[in-house]
Design a protein around this ligand. Structure first.
Ligand code: ADP
Ligand code: ASP
Ligand code: MG
Length: 440
């Protein structure tokens, strides 16, 4: 069993969906194909939810109409036969009727999750109409029947495994399954999701649950690049990464992978391949247990970081101080990304302001507390970085013009992280591209 996940741009145009159908029928291995929503759809659904949360029903209605028109055009190019077109029209009508009903009832967060789920429901159903028209045998697996998260929003891998195995057993001879990425059920049984970009996470979870031979993530670029191609002009694809390296890059901002998408595949030792739908013959990136080479592989940046500093002379020669500080973050379920300490101060970073006010208030008794937002973490990721010759001197040479605020080195053999003001991100990524990779 192989998992093949196709992202928004890979299914965003009718001709791309046609190409996806070709890619998934190239060999005879049984597959689960995981699809995202068509590109732009989830953003549009977020917009509709936002308008409804502000009770702006007129704006929501207009956005729904615009999105529906997009789908009505999409299917004209997707399928040819009148019977297929009728089926596709009925699917669109059903899902947009649902959105229009939501317009009439009072809005809440659970309904918002229902709205967000429409993109993946539409893309998979429309794709299946095309497969049927082409005579490609397949079965649509509703993700809401097996994908679930617990009350801490963590995927329930045990239950996913059992449920998926039961469903697959009922269709043992089916060569091809199609399912939705991103969407799941929560602990209350409601429709929920794995957060933005979550289809990668779905694919990795399904790969783990089905003990797949490989988890292929098909996207619009030929693999993980050494730097962020949205920010830096010249970047190059990396042939092989270890799970640890890929996990660090995903967590620290490489958008090509959802931040949590590596651990399920890593836990079950399933190779992950990053491939380009638009250039299927390009090598892409293979992610396996072992790193291919030593040294720096890539740089990633994570925005929206808040730096918090607690300064207290009571920390001097004291023990238990850090525990008390960490307990505050634990209480508000807020992960800490970076930390540095001196004898009288501790600085750390978080990426969410959801409980910032409460956290700052509870830290106050420990000393002087300062918080600064609009920061960015730049992560330099690779293998055996501590023994990589001249790494630190090259790094700090390149960073000379940048006001570096924190440095984290030695926490993992795969990562050196620095904290900088977010407005220095582009310059920093460019300087490091030159300093570490000799690329302009
Ligand atoms: P999909 O819709 O297929 O999930 P995404 O837009 O989520 O695609 O991810 C692919 C995009 O990630 C690329 O188009 C690229 O702009 C961006 N990206 C950011 N950092 C990297 C990186 N280090 N390597 C490759 N792509 C990256
Ligand atoms: N459609 C969802 C999003 O845009 C999930 C995904 O594409 O991975 O975030
Ligand atoms: Mg993505």
């Amino acid at each position: 069993m192989k998992i093949m996940k196709f992202g928004g741009t890979s299914v965003g145009k009718p001709e791309r969906m046609h190409q996806v159908a070709q890619l998934i029928t190239k060999d005879d291995e049984q597959k689960i194909v995981v699809l995202s929503a068509l590109s732009g759809t989830t953003n549009a659904l977020v917009g509709i939810g936002d308008a409804l949360s502000k009770n702006d029903k007129e704006a929501a209605k207009q956005q729904i109409e615009k999105l529906q028109a997009h789908y009505n055009n999409f299917i004209k190019e997707l399928v040819k036969q009148p019977a297929s077109l009728e089926k596709a029209k009925a699917i669109i009508a059903e899902h947009f009727e649902f959105l229009n009903i939501i317009l009439k009832i009072s809005f809440n967060e659970a309904l918002n999750k229902d709205i967000l789920a429409q993109g993946e429901l539409l893309s998979t159903k429309l794709f299946c109409v095309y497969l049927e028209e082409q005579g490609i045998a397949h079965h649509l697996l509703p993700a809401l029947d097996f994908m679930s998260i617990d009350s801490n929003d963590e995927p329930q891998i045990g239950s996913i495994k059992v449920k998926l195995a039961q469903i697959l057993k009922q269709h043992a001879t089916t060569p091809l399954f199609v399912t939705q990425g991103y969407i799941c059920r929560n602990a209350r049984g409601e429709v929920d999701n794995l957060k933005r970009g979550g289809s990668d996470y779905s694919a990795s979870l399904i790969a783990a649950a089905a003990t797949a031979t490989a988890c292929e993530i098909w996207t619009d670029i030929d693999g993980m690049h050494n730097n962020d191609p949205r920010v830096v002009k010249k970047t190059l694809p990396i042939e092989q990464l270890s799970f640890d390296e890929a996990a660090e890059l995903a967590y620290f901002g490489a958008k090509i992978l959802h931040p949590a998408s590596i651990w399920p595949a890593q836990h079950y030792n399933i190779p992950v391949k990053l491939l380009n739908t638009m250039q299927p013959d390009a090598k892409g990136t293979l992610i396996v247990e072992e790193a291919a080479t030593k040294g720096v592989k890539a740089i990633a940046a994570k925005d929206g970081i808040i730096a918090i500093k607690v300064k207290s002379s009571r920390m001097l020669l004291a023990y238990g101080f850090l525990r008390k500080i960490f307990e505050v973050f634990e209480k508000y379920r807020t992960p800490i990304d970076m930390i540095t300490t001196s004898e009288v101060a501790v600085s750390l970073t978080i990426d969410s302001n959801m409980h910032l006010a409460e956290i700052l208030k509870e830290l106050e008794p420990f000393g002087t507390v300062e918080a600064e937002d609009n920061q960015a973490i730049i992560s330099i990721v690779g293998n055996e970085l501590a023994t990589t010759e001249n790494l630190l001197s090259r790094l700090f040479d390149a960073l000379k013009p940048v006001p570096v605020r924190m440095v984290s080195y030695g926490g993992s053999p795969h990562n050196v992280s620095i904290l900088i003001p977010a407005d220095q991100k582009t310059t920093t990524l460019q300087l490091l591209n030159k300093g570490l990779f000799n690329l302009d």
